[in-house]
Design a protein. Structure first.
Length: 209
């Protein structure tokens, strides 16, 4: 089912074709940018998809999804809650380290602060905060993917030691922790990491957006 997630009810919105995607009671409007995004980023998967990996872009280009078509992710979540799909879920992307073969990559727009309240290069990339619209859209997207068989939610930092604030405490506390509790998804456990990555900090789990 994941391979044909974009298959229902086309409408025109955001300047691109959007789809109303429904799965077992979950409905979400997703802008379809799969034709505009670089097909050269895609390769074949070697295993079944069972996970999502959450990322922050560390920049924002506003709310027009067409301005993000080169982002290396399956889905993006923009500040106004717009969700766009850049690549088919059936395609493998080199976006999430050791999780690539099994995961769907989801990027949230914004340069978001770390648990100590600092932003990465704020003079160049701004000082953003995760919006309530992004939280709602991210949760809806995870619920949709969970209904299609995804059981794990990971942070990019768990597979890459250089991604210390990816996705950061705002996304993790409000979207991932919600998925762990409400959808009973798994993050692998308190000490889970691979390829030299870093575990989820306890400060992320209790962070207040």
């Amino acid at each position: 089912m994941l391979g044909v997630l974009l298959s229902l009810s086309p409408v025109f919105a955001f300047g691109v074709v959007a789809l109303i995607v429904r799965s077992r009671g979950v409905q979400l409007q997703i802008a379809n940018l799969t034709r505009q995004s670089p097909a050269g980023l895609r390769s074949k998967r070697s295993r079944k998809v069972d996970a999502v990996v959450l990322h922050q872009m560390s920049f924002s280009r506003g709310t027009d999804p067409a301005r993000y078509h080169r982002v290396k992710a399956h889905f993006i979540v923009l500040p106004d809650g717009t969700v766009a799909q850049l690549h088919p879920v059936s395609a493998r992307l080199s976006a999430s380290g050791g999780f690539n073969s099994r995961s769907v990559a989801i990027e949230f727009a914004g340069n978001l602060k770390s648990a100590n309240g600092n932003w990465w290069k704020p003079n160049s990339f701004g000082r953003d905060s995760l919006t309530s619209a992004q939280v709602a859209a991210g949760r809806s997207l995870l619920r949709l993917l969970h209904r299609e068989g995804v059981r794990f939610v990971f942070a990019h930092r768990q597979s890459d030691p250089d991604r210390g604030n990816d996705p950061g405490p705002e996304i993790w506390s409000s979207v991932a922790e919600w998925a762990l509790e409400t959808l009973e998804m798994s993050d692998g456990g308190p000490e889970y990491r691979l390829d030299g990555g870093r575990v989820i900090p306890e400060a992320w789990r209790s962070f207040h957006v």
